[in-house]
Design a protein around this ligand. Structure first.
Ligand code: FES
Length: 576
């Protein structure tokens, strides 16, 4: 029987009690596809193919598979593409987050089940890269992440547009009556002009950049546009690197260390990255036995400024960041905040990779660290009696005048309630109020939808108001902006204090002092808690939904399933 050290086709043989026969049978079947013994004797590099006709963000995957195969064969190994599920943000009901852990399980088990010495994982759309890294972390065979790359920008009546900050901006203008039915239909044709992931600093771009910083991606691999030659070259290089990884046995646990996660968190802050990034990094770190320390992350955020001028915190798009040199340009500015000695998939350290990249040039997308776009990191962690387990606000994309704000709560008990009442002309609401959404967390919705970006009530939007304080246990798309408090933990469906807020209560948000306070006495909250009943979701008694509802963790633990996480052995960032 082939042992743990078996290579290539001999790995993980089906058990019939006769390993020679198992190999004989395996070879007989794969030879049905025309392989020679020479090919089958080579090391094998699996390629995770996540093409789906539902997923425009992955429309270029077939091209990338070909380029990865080329790289693998140039390096003398055998490439074997295989499918896993693919998740697109707009085509996953109830939410893509609900499906992420299923994709992580699929990825982990197929990597483990099939014979491969290394794997190239092709992901891109928001949940796919975290799912693949979670799976690779648990399977712990040599792995390298390739992303599909950002889409190019489109043009609407001469104005550059791109998914999906502009999707929200134009929809907001349409709701406010500033543009008509014809124009909103026109812009709908231009927002996603082709293959690739959202072209702003949304979750996909954020995860691509933090994965490169983590050391799990070919250097310079985060930013080449989906349709560019650079993207295909990065795919070819990923194939070559995977063959080297198969030979040197550099497994994810040797790359995704505490220091590497600190590098990733630093890049998350410096890019003004998506708030989803913190949930996903918590989940990936969790697979390595590391717990996210939100307070240490907040302390890190006070030192690392935002440098990257991309929407929604800034003005530009991913294609501009690529022209500005991509992640290496950012890393050069951040050198003093990074652990440059971290090992990466190249077999060299992050610092050595950086030295090997072309030097910087004059550009306007990444600010010098001495003149940052925003003096602190993109995110802040709030605590208080409304969020004992923490909450997140993306301060770099919030309105400065609302960062310290006291207002009356207008409570919506669910997403359905929000949809039914938010535009009611009789809704008693002013622009100084605080919109509160309950039951939109990991279990509440379920699937923690990106509903935290609640619409401004139509009658308020019609007055030209673009932002209000909004608080929920939901997530928010990385492409959205506003003074939006997210991931309130524990969530309302678990009986967290968010469930106890009533319309008319007063809430104080104080971002500079990192507090979120519900101005209701402990006695009154206790009385309200006695009346609390958790929501019940249809279909939760069977299948994947039951598994999800019974085992999903809160946002601060990455919304992973309890039984997929090993015991904790440390925390990230390490408290200084
Ligand atoms: Fe796929 Fe935005 S919808 S990256």
């Amino acid at each position: 029987m082939a042992g743990d050290n078996a290579r290539g086709l001999k790995k993980g043989l089906t058990s019939y009690g006769d390993s020679a026969f198992s190999l004989f049978l395996r070879k007989a079947f794969i030879k049905g596809m025309g392989y020679s013994d020479d090919a089958l004797d080579r090391p094998i590099v699996g390629i995770v193919d996540t093409f789906s006709a539902y997923n425009a963000c992955h429309a270029n995957v077939p091209d990338l598979v070909e380029a990865v195969k080329r790289g693998v064969m140039l390096a003398g190994a055998l490439p074997v593409p295989f499918p896993t599920i693919s998740i697109h943000e707009s085509f996953a009901f109830p939410t893509s987050m609900f499906m992420r852990n299923l994709m992580a399980i699929d990825t982990e088990e197929m990597i483990r089940a099939q014979p491969m010495d290394a794997v190239v994982m092709i992901g891109g759309c928001d949940k796919t890269v975290p799912a693949q890294l979670m799976g690779a972390a648990s399977a712990n065979i040599p792995a390298i992440q390739l992303v599909t790359g950002p889409m190019m920008t489109g043009s609407h009546r001469g104005e550059r547009v791109g998914a999906c900050t502009d999707c929200r901006r134009f929809w907001g203008r349409y709701r406010a009556g500033e543009i008509d039915d014809q124009e909103i239909a026109e812009v709908n044709n231009q927002l996603v002009p082709g293959a690739g992931t959202c072209g702003v600093m949304g979750t996909a771009s954020t995860m691509a950049l933090v994965t490169e910083a983590l050391g799990m991606m070919a250097p310079g691999g985060a930013t080449p546009p989906a349709v560019s030659a650079d993207r295909r070259r990065s795919a070819e290089e990923s194939g070559k690197l995977a063959v080297a990884l198969a030979a040197n046995g550099l497994t994810p646990d040797k790359i995704m260390t505490v220091k590497a996660f600190e590098n990733a968190l630093t890049v998350l802050l410096a890019t003004g990255g998506s708030t989803n990034g913190i949930v996903h990094l918590a989940a990936i770190a969790g697979r390595m036995g590391l717990e996210l320390d939100l307070d240490a992350f907040d302390a890190m955020g006070r030192k690392v400024p935002v440098l990257v001028d991309l929407k929604p915190s800034g003005q530009n798009y991913m294609e501009d960041l690529h022209r500005a040199g991509g992640l290496p340009t950012i890393l050069r500015e951040l050198k003093d905040h990074l652990h440059l000695d971290c090992m990466t998939v190249t077999g060299r350290t992050l610092g050595e990779n950086l030295e090997a990249m072309p030097g910087g040039w004059t550009q306007t997308i990444v600010s010098p660290i001495a003149k940052p776009l925003f003096p602190e990191g993109g995110m802040a962690v709030l605590r208080g009696n409304l969020a004992p387990g923490g909450a997140i606000v993306k301060q770099s994309a919030a309105s400065p005048k609302l960062m310290s704000h006291r207002g009356r709560a207008i409570v919506f008990s669910s997403i359905a309630d929000l949809g039914a009442r938010v535009d009611d002309p009789d809704l008693d609401v002013t622009e100084d109020d605080i919109l509160v959404l309950q039951n939109a967390g990991p279990k509440g919705a379920p699937g923690m939808p990106e509903a935290g970006y609640m619409p401004i009530p139509k009658k308020i939007a019609a007055k030209g108001v673009k932002d209000m304080v909004r608080i929920s246990d939901a997530r928010m798309s990385g492409t959205a902006s506003g003074t939006i408090v997210l991931h309130v933990t524990p969530e309302s469906a678990e009986g967290g204090p968010l469930a106890l807020v009533r319309t008319g209560d007063f809430i104080t948000l104080d971002v500079p002092n990192r507090t979120l306070t519900l101005e209701v006495s402990d006695e009154e909250l206790a009385a309200r808690r006695a009346d609390f009943t958790p929501p019940v979701h249809e279909g939760s008694d069977r299948g994947y939904k039951r598994l999800y509802m019974e085992t999903v963790t809160q946002a601060d633990h990455g919304c992973d399933f309890t039984f997929l996480m090993p015991p904790k052995t440390g925390s990230v960032p390490e408290a200084k």
